[in-house]
Write a new protein. Structure first.
Lengths: 169, 417
């Protein structure tokens, strides 16, 4: 269960908006994070740890910069809900273990609304309205459940090692 | 299988693959540049706890986004990449020689290869019949360590292009038109395969422009089947033999779209989205503050030659700046030797060292508040090249050169050469 208030965006939010090019050479994600969505007042003014980005189509389009989902993660984003995600951002965010939620009716959610998200539905706490979620493919969900691609690979390695040990007994 | 599926299958342990299937593939090259490599190096040495890359020959590092180093942070970034390259014994390291994608095409890419790069415009290499796609720094670090990466087999869309190219119209206009039609997400996760007589008529340089921009419609791969022109390009680069892949007779495409270029007009992508595309007529006469000719989209010799043919013996308007950045050292040298650079400089252009330049906003050409940039690059996102209150318009090299001459957006078909 994820709870947080919605920070609302439109369509085609690109990764340049999330973190600008001139910040990418800073030494670490920690150094970049204060500049997350620096030209987007509704984020700068309202975002607090645990909040949920809600967007329309094609969230995260453009550059492959993984710094974009990485700064969002460091700032404590609760989840990203969108009608659809751009491909590279989708992979990068899942790799980092950020919950991505595809919701065809994401455009109906209002800015600053309090949301509660469980496995198959988003609920607006004030109005009681609910919206269906398109479940992630199993393979993607298994990466997310493990906490990202690196934890996933490490678990697979451990599992393989355990199987080898068992077969040797 | 279609050609995309066949190339993917050839890089996996599967004999047959189908769209939607998730497979492990072994890429021929894994590239990163100075906007993405340091994060990959941190992941590699840190969370992945890796010591050595799987295959030093396949790892390629390019410094292009912040070259010449534009800040202390950029210089430190470059030094971190150089140290990693030394430690890992990497041979393919390009330091200020040009844009990663141009260098990959000049030195490495062959038809039938599978290439992963930590840069979204990696899809450019489809122009030579390779499958190439952009990924993030963690995926690249995993591929450096493991020598393989998971990939989802995409659906493919075929785009058949017919008709004779009108004067003053080029591949940039076609791809802008296609992106406008498909929208910024219309090809998400798909392969776009270009074919037909009008594609066969294009030089390799313009085929690269087409495949470069498929990501702006969300696509994973662009692809153009190799032909005699590809062979001539490869032969000149010293690459003579490569694996050949073609569609099977039962090849399936999700859709087939057709375009006729014979009535295509120059196109412009209006701020702040690449799919916001209109014919040039709508913006003719609009004053601009800066023109940029360059980027992995249009910084090739042929692009510079088009601009020189328009500007030959003339001066640009004194109301704007005109930046020209060759995409690679080789292009710069050839343009210098043939007199193109002299023509452009005499017209009033500022010629920069090869690199991403004013496409990325990491070095010179940064825009101030309320300024308008007309650019041959591939993105017009808000604030990409400086102030969030600036505007970026995308167009072909011919449109940019004609507009530099007049100081306002100008249809190149109206300029006598």
């Amino acid at each position: 269960m994820i709870q947080g208030k919605a920070i609302k965006f439109g369509r085609n939010v690109d990764t340049d908006q999330i973190i600008g090019a001139h910040h990418l050479s800073r030494p670490s994600i920690r150094d970049m994070a204060p500049f997350t969505f620096e030209n987007t007042p509704r984020f700068v003014e309202h975002f607090a740890e645990g909040d949920i980005i809600v967007a329309e189509d094609n969230f995260g389009c453009g550059s492959s910069r993984e710094q974009a989902p990485a700064v969002l993660k460091l700032r404590g984003i609760g989840a990203i809900v969108a009608r659809s995600f751009a491909r590279i951002f989708f992979r990068n965010a899942i790799n980092l273990g950020i919950p991505l939620i595809e919701c065809p009716e994401a455009d109906k959610i209002d800015h600053l609304e309090m949301l509660e998200i469980d496995d198959d539905r988003i609920r607006c706490l004030k109005t009681g309205k609910g919206y269906d979620i398109i479940p992630l493919p199993l393979f993607i969900r298994s990466i997310l459940v493990d906490g990202g691609i690196i934890a996933h690979l490490q678990r697979k390695e451990t599992d393989t090692q355990r199987d080898v040990n068992l077969s040797r007994r | 299988m279609n050609v995309i599926e066949k190339i993917l299958a050839a890089h996996s342990t599967e004999t047959v693959v189908r769209p939607g299937q998730i497979i492990d593939v072994k890429p021929d090259y894994v590239m990163a540049n100075d906007a993405t490599a340091c994060l990959a190096i941190d992941v590699f040495a840190g969370r992945l706890n890796a010591e050595t890359v799987f295959d030093p020959e396949s790892v390629i590092l390019v410094m292009d986004h912040y070259t010449p180093s534009s800040s202390v942070n950029a210089a430190d970034t470059h030094n971190k990449m150089r140290a990693f390259a030394r430690k890992q014994g990497l041979k393919n390291v390009y330091d200020g020689m040009g844009i990663c994608h141009q260098l990959m095409i000049e030195y490495h890419v062959e038809p039938g290869q599978l290439i992963v790069g930590a840069d979204s415009h990696t899809c450019s290499y489809g122009a030579l019949g390779a499958l190439a796609t952009g990924m993030g720094s963690t995926d690249v670090a995993v591929a450096w360590k493991e020598g393989k990466i998971w990939i989802k087999v995409p659906e493919a869309i075929r785009i058949d292009v017919m008709g004779a190219w009108p004067a003053g119209v080029c591949a940039k206009d076609l791809i802008l038109k296609i992106i406008g039609d498909l929208t910024a997400q219309g090809a998400t996760y798909k392969a776009l395969c270009f074919g037909g007589a009008a594609i066969g008529a294009l030089p390799v340089s313009e085929r690269i422009t087409l495949c470069n921009m498929v990501i702006e419609a969300g696509a994973k791969f662009g692809y153009i089947a190799p032909d005699e022109k590809t062979d001539i390009h490869l032969k000149a680069a010293g690459r003579t033999s490569y694996a050949s892949f073609t569609d099977d007779s039962d090849a399936v495409y999700e859709q087939v779209l057709t375009y006729d270029v014979s009535r295509l007009a120059p196109q412009i992508a209006f701020p702040h989205s690449v799919d916001n595309v209109y014919e040039i007529e709508r913006f003719e006469g609009m004053a601009i503050d800066e023109c940029f000719l360059g980027a992995c989209t249009n910084g090739r010799y042929e692009d510079l030659a088009i601009a020189a043919s328009i500007l030959n013996g003339r001066k640009i308007a004194d109301t704007l700046r005109f930046l020209v950045t060759p995409a690679s050292r080789d292009i710069y040298l050839r343009a210098a030797q043939s007199g193109i650079i002299a023509t452009l400089v005499e017209s009033g252009a500022m010629v920069n060292a090869p690199g991403c330049s004013a496409c990325f906003g990491g070095t010179g050409g940064i825009l101030g508040r309320n300024e308008k940039l007309l650019s041959t690059a591939n993105r017009n996102f808000r604030g990409r090249v400086g102030s969030p209150d600036s505007e970026i318009y995308l167009a072909s090299p011919a449109v940019v050169a004609a507009s530099a001459l007049n100081g306002t957006i100008t249809d190149p078909r109206r300029i006598s050469r």
